[in-house]
Design a binder for this molecule. Sequence first.
Ligand code: SMG
Ligand code: MG
Length: 368
Amino acid sequence: MIVEAVELHRIAMPLVRPFETSFGVQHSRDVLLVHVRSDAGDGWGECVAMADPFYSAEYVDGAQQIIERYLAPRILGRQITAAGFADAVHGVVGHRMAKAAVEAALLDAELRAAGASLASALGGVRQRVECGVSVGIAPDLDTLLAEVDGYLAEGYRRIKLKIKPGWDVDPVARVRDLVGDGFPLQVDANTAYTLDDLAQLARLDAFGLLLIEQPFVEEDIASHVALAAAIDTPVCLDESILDARIAADAIDRGATSVVNIKAGRVGGYLEAVRVHDVARSRGVPVWCGGMLETGIGRAANVALASLPGFTLPGDTSASSRYFAEDITEPFELDDGTLHVPDRPGIGVTVRTDLVADFASRPVVTVSA
Ligand code: SMG
Ligand code: MG
């Protein structure tokens, strides 16, 4: 296809409740949407970069600038495929979230034109995916338990608690009591610990967790190897896994025995499939992470989560987990699962009226 224009939409989506992690509190989601217009038709992609560079180095203003200045000019006015996109932008180092958003829009445009769903194109094998929910750090334990209780009532099949030093063993113990033995429960530290905390992290072994996600900084594979050898709880890397080669290396070194896959973090859905493949060939289960996506990114995540190696419930929660109103048809839980869209492309319809209503900046159009 020939891309005629890349439109960048910025929207501010209020969250239904604040979301607190070890690195901060979010009250609204500042989202960058990429709308590609081509001779074959249109496609949408969502950038997962957050407003601030606290989860990782990328942030949404930077991602928008990278797309405007470096990525869009490399694909405008010439023949391009989603599969050829990584090569087309190869000279731009890093900025995987920015690249992933453009690749997703190209995939959507290409697959809508071909009449094929993203799930089928990626190699999906399931019609529904099992859903977990990520629960933020709460002001107190009672508030946390009430929130978890609400999610259990909605049917979520797995709970993930955000932890940080000072908010770990007690909340985990209380939630384990609430959900009962055997209910899938896991924790995510978003890099808040160091190896000096080993004894405290080892206390989590008492609660039969599915995994502990990213306790240490992203560059520090060695400390994750040491922790994994010292505790029973499986270690799962998120922030550290930037591509399939790193995933294979981290698995082979014993740093991670489960992998959180986020397409944005690894530079796109095509690389995400390669991460899935290297993990699967090593017998390592994967699950689909989340970045508080709107229906656009959520649709693509659910498609990814339908691949065979995604054997653990993902952070693929319902639209209502974060948003009172979504910019696509809402994703709703059905017995703790979401249906994988089977219509062409990402398989959802973007409500452009709502995208306009939620706009926080003027639309930027980059054209040939
Ligand atoms: O989409 O439900 C979601 C978010 C899940 O906890 C979640 N994501 O480290 O896995 C993670 C975090 C990153 C975003 S925190 C603002
Ligand atoms: Mg995480």
